[in-house]
Design a binder for this molecule. Structure first.
Ligand code: HEC
Length: 174
């Protein structure tokens, strides 16, 4: 009786564990995931003349920080900022206020640190320097491997010029 029960169970298990791989379509999921994986963290050296007091660069940086600068952008784009990338595709990036508060921010998020008074608190005190801010926006993982911040230059979301614009805005006195 006991033996009968055991073999019934075994039969059940083997039926359950039958190999259906030939009938089920099974794409190699690791290949699909690979495409979505981030490239490894990368060091970026700030180009010469990157951080500037040029009001036009700061205006572009401010715009990107407070807006999505793609199709959903609000208000007129500042001079020198494009709504499309080199391939003509609409850009959907920016919107740093989703995570950071800063001067004049509307409805800012608090996932990232408050960047209000950044010039006074972080730059004038030399807690941070321009290269730090440039690297942070380019690829925050170099400074913090478990960061929740978006990765911008390694992913190609931003060009070096755009990162310089945003960095110029952050470090400028407001
Ligand atoms: C998804 C949320 C998120 C978004 C979007 C985001 N950040 Fe961050 N950011 C963070 C977090 C979290 C930190 C703190 C951890 C770290 O330093 O990596 C941070 C840190 C920073 C710092 C470092 C501040 C300091 O001195 O310690 C700067 C500068 C910064 N972010 C700028 C930006 C800019 C510019 C953008 C838009 C291009 C942006 N962030 C978008 C989450 C975000």
């Amino acid at each position: 009786m006991k033996k009968g029960l055991t073999s019934t169970l075994l039969l059940g298990i083997s039926l359950f564990a039958a190999d259906y791989s030939s009938v089920i379509e099974s794409p190699n999921a690791s290949k699909i995931i690979e495409k979505d994986l981030l490239a490894p963290a990368k060091v970026f050296t700030m180009p010469d003349g990157c951080i500037t007091t040029d009001p036009k660069a700061i205006a572009r940086g401010k715009y990107i920080f407070h807006n999505l600068n793609g199709e959903d952008s609000k208000g007129p784009l500042p001079e020198g900022l494009s709504q499309v990338d080199e391939k003509g595709k609409p850009k959907q990036y920016g919107n740093c206020v989703a995570c950071h508060n800063i001067e004049e921010a509307k409805g800012a998020g608090n996932i990232g640190p408050d960047l209000t008074k950044y010039h006074e608190n972080m730059m004038a005190t030399k807690v941070r320097d321009n290269q730090f801010v440039y690297q942070k926006i380019s690829d925050a993982r170099i400074d913090n491997p478990t960061t929740h911040m978006t990765i911008n230059q390694t992913t190609g979301l931003f060009t070096p010029r755009e990162i310089c614009d945003i960095a110029s805005y952050i470090v400028s006195p407001k």
